[in-house]
Design a protein around this ligand. Structure first.
Ligand code: ADP
Ligand code: MG
Length: 646
């Protein structure tokens, strides 16, 4: 029976060193039988580790072929090589290469996780292996809490986890004191006696002497290959990989999820820093958009509070006209004429004055608005109690007043105001109605208003026979600019000259809407910028953290992780970080909104689902992209390259 396990023929391995090629292995031919214990010796730099890495499928020859059990390794893909490492090889490194965040059991378990073994089964096996190796009371210690010899024994347990019929030990005693070194060698011999094939690399002849066969290598060439002592008769293990390997996808995801959680919790600062980018990005995007949305809604509400579409007619040539006070041509006859236009809904003249309202012994300053009976229709006021006065009230110069809700509260607090008599300056008036509160377009909702017929103001208060302004409400269906034109034409005809000007609420509305559109654009720009800033933060930390963990990736691959296992773990981790960060960011943004509301911003922040979803999606995408890409690159490295990274 052919007992040959590993066959290397005409193998070269060279590395690019600057412009030159450094040939480290030079035409190596070698075959190793099942159950042998072989030592590869040579001085430092002779190429021992390079050869060992090729034997363990961590690295590939530049040239030549390597057969394992008659199968050509050059025909195997990364996953098949990973399977070999997982099921047949067990590595013992000079520097142990344990994962610092995991305790002894968890470290030993890793190969079984990738082999898909049951949790219970693999924990029991890890425990029994570690116990056999004398670590029964160190099971939950992390590598940092173990001595070198103990760490090396954990790595032996890891090597044996899935069977490890071929043990590859690269300077296993190199970092150990002589006592521990001795124990390690005895352990390897015991494993050999159990039937494991042992390949041992060392620069130390004394250590090499434990082996049955010694291969000496110098400058990449085998210079001696001889039997050292009579090989003990051992029954070699064949294919001990006890793999009833389940390919349970769900449990693999679960394991990857657990590993991601573990990695996150054992590197809290790093995780937090990664999240910070996302938190800031999301919180700022969501807040800025909510702020913009809120102010926009406030503006829109103000616009709709302007209510009806009205056109104001005032004397003079414009707001700044100082001579407007001298123009006295605007009269109630103009108002009556306007009322007859087909597109006019209603018209009100207006004469205003200010003064003190007195009631009992209170006095408050208010605007006295002399208006027509149609005023409330023109402005869209509604009555809360009592009634408005009518045309009759205007012609009879009645002393009936309507007050607004502010004034009622100010003077009467909770009492009903109807029927009460108040003094507008010297003039006593009787309150017959109170209007419902109405948020005004420009925020002067605190103002106190009293409305009485304009005729009353004109003749009983200030003795003025011309109007301060006329307000015209346009039919819903009419075009407001055409109506404005018509009003101007009519009044010009009546006055013979244009000694008045018009203010159209529709054009105000238009300009406000334009401003809001500009604001939306500005806010979107700010949102995009904060998203980019957040994204760059995430990207940086992700890149650093994945680079920092290349060695961990190397270790995982050396013990048999597939590329997809590595990817899955990092992807899940990136997504978890992003989701946590995103959630905290959104919470933070709501907190900002709460603070904003309680510190009396004059509008509410309005959170839109779409902005939250977009921000979330963008930052997750960034996180995944910049967590995933470097991890994928690392996963595609040869394990030996990943291991060599610091
Ligand atoms: P040793 O016998 O001490 O284990 P190695 O096999 O580690 O020696 O290295 C042999 C030679 O190959 C050394 O000169 C080393 O510098 C070189 N070498 C090993 N790995 C690489 C690499 N990845 N890139 C370039 N040179 C390498
Ligand atoms: Mg070496």
């Amino acid at each position: 029976m052919d007992n040959t396990l590993l066959t290397i023929s005409n193998v070269y391995r060279s590395f690019a060193a600057g412009d030159q090629e450094l040939t480290v292995l030079n035409d190596i031919n070698l075959s190793i039988n099942r159950g042998e214990m072989v030592a590869i010796v040579g001085s430092s730099g002779s190429g021992k580790s390079t050869l060992m890495n090729i034997l363990g499928c961590l690295d590939k020859p530049s040239q030549g072929s390597y057969f394992i059990n008659g199968q050509d390794t050059s025909l195997m893909d990364a996953d098949q090589l990973a399977q070999l490492r997982r099921e047949h090889f067990g590595f013992i490194f000079q520097r142990y290469h344990l994962l610092g965040d995991l305790n002894a059991i968890e470290n030993a378990e890793i190969p079984a996780i990738y082999a898909g073994k049951d949790k219970k089964e693999r924990q029991q096996r890890a425990e029994s292996l570690l116990t056999r190796l004398g670590l029964a009371n160190r099971l939950d210690h992390k590598p940092g809490e173990l001595s070198g010899g103990q760490q090396q024994r954990v790595s032996v347990a890891r090597a044996l986890m899935n069977g490890g019929d071929v043990i590859l030990a690269d300077e296993p005693t190199g970092a150990l004191d002589s006592q521990s070194g001795e124990e390690m060698m005895q352990l390897l011999q015991e494993l050999h006696d159990d039937g494991h094939t042992i390949i041992l690399v060392t620069h130390d002849m004394e250590v090499a002497n434990f082996a049955d066969r010694i291969i000496e290598i110098k400058d990449g060439v085998i210079i001696k290959d001889a039997q050292n002592k009579q090989a003990k008769a051992v029954t070699p293990l064949t294919n001990v990989a006890t793999s009833a390997n389940k390919n349970n996808t769900l449990s693999r995801y679960l394991e990857a999820f657990k590993m991601a959680l573990l990695a996150m919790s054992s590197h809290r600062l790093r995780t937090f820093l990664t999240m910070l980018g996302i938190i800031i990005g999301i919180a700022s995007v969501v807040s800025v958009v909510a702020l913009g949305e809120g102010s926009q809604q406030a503006v829109l509400k103000n616009i709709s509070a302007m209510g009806t579409n009205t056109i104001d007619v005032r004397p003079g040539s414009g707001y700044g006209d100082r001579r407007s006070g001298l123009v006295r041509t605007l009269t109630s006859l103009d108002s009556d004429a306007l009322k007859n236009l087909s597109y006019v809904d209603s018209v009100t003249p207006s004469i205003s004055s200010n003064g003190t309202i007195r009631y009992d012994n209170q006095g408050v300053t208010a605007s006295f608005n002399g208006v027509g009976a149609d005023y409330f229709r023109v402005k869209g006021y509604e009555i809360a109690e009592g009634q408005f006065w009518d045309e009759e009230g205007v012609t009879s110069l009645s002393q009936d007043a309507v007050i607004d809700d502010n004034t009622r509260k100010e003077l009467f607090s909770d009492k009903s105001a109807i029927g009460e008599v108040i003094f507008l300056g010297e003039l006593p008036v009787r309150i017959i109605g109170v209007t419902k509160p109405k948020t005004s377009a420009f925020g002067n909702s605190d103002a106190l208003n009293v409305w009485i017929p304009y005729s009353t103001v004109a003749s009983r208060m200030i003795n003025q026979n011309y109007l301060d302004s006329i307000t015209v409400r346009i039919n819903e269906s009419a075009s407001s600019s055409a109506a404005e034109q018509g009003i101007v034409t009519l009044l010009k005809m009546r006055h013979g000259t244009q000694d008045f000007f018009t203010i159209n609420t529709d054009s105000i509305r238009e300009s406000i809407e334009k401003t809001t559109a500009t604001m939306t654009l500005l806010i979107s720009a700010i949102a995009v910028i904060s998203l980019i800033v957040g994204g760059i933060g995430v990207m940086n930390i992700m890149l650093v953290s994945v680079t920092e963990r290349t060695r961990e990736i190397g270790v995982r691959m050396a013990v048999g992780a597939r590329q997809s296992d590595i990817l899955r773990q990092f992807l899940i981790e990136a997504i978890l970080v992003c989701i946590c960060g995103g959630t905290i960011g959104i919470a933070l943004s709501y907190l900002i909104g709460f603070i904003f509301a309680t510190t009396g911003g004059n509008f509410q922040m309005i959170y839109s689902t779409s902005s939250i979803v977009t921000a979330f999606a963008c930052s997750t995408l960034i996180g995944v992209l910049f967590g995933f890409l470097p991890a994928r690159n690392a996963a595609q490295l040869d394990p030996v390259d990943a291991l060599a990274r610091e």
